[in-house]
Design a protein around this ligand. Structure first.
Ligand code: NAD
Ligand code: UDP
Length: 318
């Protein structure tokens, strides 16, 4: 198949491209390197089945793409630190960018998978979060550019499906981690691993009692591909690991232990609208996709720490 991956140079996008290339597909990656890196996809540059286009998806894409079978729309910074640098661009990427990608899917009769997020549930009043939950999102806060942008993108998917019968799928992705997350990403795990490996204090926001459910990248990639290839199913469907809910303080301590680090903890203010609890209900993914995550937190953390160690010891990667 001919597959377009937006956000292809990012953390999830580059792992997805590795998977799709290994399956023998022809892949076109689009990215503006806002939070992604060339190094993540450099291994494919000499492969004739791979093409890269540097482009901001919130603007019209005029390049000749040829016919497309599938579009994975992943472009958007995912870390609160990164998506708040330019909130207007974050919102435009989600709304204008998703609109333009849906139009491309419609014109090509291609299938589009939209990378949505657990953030559409905001600071949830329902725990665990089922797909039927409408969420508790503040439209007027620092996280709103991302949360409301992703909610509007879901609405656009709904409209294209209803009005044009575009074959769209929505994945609500919960916190995912793994190798290749950038050191300056700002999310809890990359911060903790980098801090632990350099014996710096681990920064805990608030009391550290807030929870997240952490999914390893390999589990997510299988879920995304299964969803994309599942006919007659729009979703939205949660993709996350309900078995790995952990509070942030415990996560920091676990990271220190696995890194054999001498780091201490440093407590800082909790950012505005930071969700207190998060755990996916994944019955729908199990039933419709036959998917559930299998990598334990211990296994996933060890693999991620190994990758961070290797990059920290390599001046070029640093
Ligand atoms: P990431 O920041 O590593 O990757 C995002 C990629 O999109 C980067 O390469 C960035 O340069 C690119 N990008 C950003 N804006 C762009 C634009 N306007 N035009 C073109 N490219 C642009 O983040 P990630 O963790 O790989 O997340 C990928 C997608 O998955 C995002 O849409 C994110 O919202 C979603 N998601 C991720 C998680 C997670 O835990 N990682 C959770 C929920 C949802
Ligand atoms: N967090 C933290 N220290 C950090 C980075 C994040 O305590 O250095 C907290 C953050 O406030 C949140 C949780 O860890 O409560 C997860 O944050 P992350 O940015 O990884 O994901 P998100 O909040 O988007 O789920």
């Amino acid at each position: 198949m001919r597959i377009l991956v937006t956000g292809g140079a990012g953390f999830i996008g580059s792992h997805l491209i590795d998977y799709l290339m290994a399956q023998g597909h022809r892949v076109i990656a689009v990215d503006n390197f806002l939070s992604g890196k060339k190094a993540n996809i450099a291994r494919h540059f000499h492969n004739p089945n791979f093409k890269f286009i540097k482009h901001d998806i919130s603007l019209p894409l005029n390049a000749k793409l040829g016919p497309l079978d599938q579009i994975y729309n992943l472009a958007c910074p995912a870390s609160p630190l990164q998506y708040q640098v330019n909130p207007l661009k974050t919102w435009q990427t989600n709304v204008f960018g998703t609109g333009l990608m849906l139009e491309l899917a419609r014109k090509n009769s291609a299938r589009l998978l939209q990378a949505s997020t657990s953030e559409v549930y905001g600071d949830p009043k329902e725990h665990p979060q089922k797909e039927s939950y409408f969420g508790n999102v503040n439209p007027l806060g620092d996280r709103s550019c991302y949360d409301e942008g992703k909610r509007a993108a879901e609405t656009l998917c709904y409209i294209y499906r209803a009005k044009y019968k575009t074959d769209v799928k929505i994945a609500r992705i919960f916190n995912t981690y793994g190798p290749r997350m950038i050191f300056s990403d700002g999310r809890a795990l990359p911060n903790f691993i980098k801090q632990a490996l350099t014996n710096e204090p681990l920064t805990i926001f608030g009391s550290g009692r807030q929870t997240r459910s952490l999914m390893y990248i390999d589990d997510l990639i299988l879920g995304l591909v299964k969803l994309m290839n599942r006919p007659n199913f729009f979703g939205p469907v949660n993709l996350g690991n309900p078995n790995q809910e952990i509070n942030i303080l415990a996560l920091a301590k676990k990271t220190i232990k696995l890194c054999h680090s001498k780091s201490q903890l440093k407590f800082q203010a909790l950012p505005e609208d930071d969700p207190i609890k998060r755990r996916p209900a994944i019955a729908l993914a199990k039933k419709t996709l036959g998917w559930s995550p299998g990598v334990s937190l211990e296994q996933g953390l060890k693999a991620t720490i190994k990758d961070f160690k290797a990059r920290l010891n390599n001046p070029a990667a640093k």
